[in-house]
Design a protein around this ligand. Structure first.
Ligand code: 8DG
Ligand code: MG
Length: 130
């Protein structure tokens, strides 16, 4: 059976309205593409709890709360993902790629210039026209 995964994804916005992107390592699923930081929801976690944990682990931000934005379901053929996307505006710390990944703050209008996984098109559209 095809793998189904539930992923908590953060649209992290700073005080100058930039959004945090990270580049997925080449060896990962959808490798080489840009992503909104996040990761798999583990058993017993809410999406928000998973996202708070992942953002500490991946980009070293301390997140105080998150707000649900949208869900996107996508079938990549090899894998089916349910992305649970939350806004993150309430955080402290300086973003860094804890796992060696490149991270970048990007103005909203520049988001269309990045190569994202297919499922992210709907997210970018939502950010640009909320
Ligand atoms: N984090 C994130 N994942 C995305 C985005 N768009 C998208 O299709 N995905 C997909 C790619 C992957 O199949 C999946 C995320 O899984 P992952 O393996 O990176 O999860 P993880 O961070 O928990 O990684 P790991 O602990 O298993 O190494 O969601 C996005 O914007 N951000
Ligand atoms: Mg991840």
């Amino acid at each position: 059976m095809k793998k189904h995964i539930h992923v908590a994804v953060g649209v992290i916005e700073n005080s100058t309205n930039e959004i945090l992107l990270a580049k997925r390592h080449a060896h990962l699923h959808q490798g080489g593409k840009w992503e909104f930081p996040g990761g798999k929801v583990e058993a017993g976690e809410t999406t928000s709890q998973a996202l708070i944990r992942e953002l500490k682990e991946e980009v070293d931000l301390t997140v105080l709360n998150t707000t649900a934005l949208m869900q996107v379901q996508h079938d990549y053929g090899d894998k089916q993902v349910l992305l649970d996307i939350h806004w993150v505006k309430d955080f402290t710390g300086t973003a860094k790629g804890v796992e060696g990944q490149i991270v970048k703050w990007v103005a909203k209008q520049e988001l269309t210039q990045f190569d994202f996984p297919e499922a992210n098109k709907a997210i970018v559209a939502k950010i640009l026209a909320p």
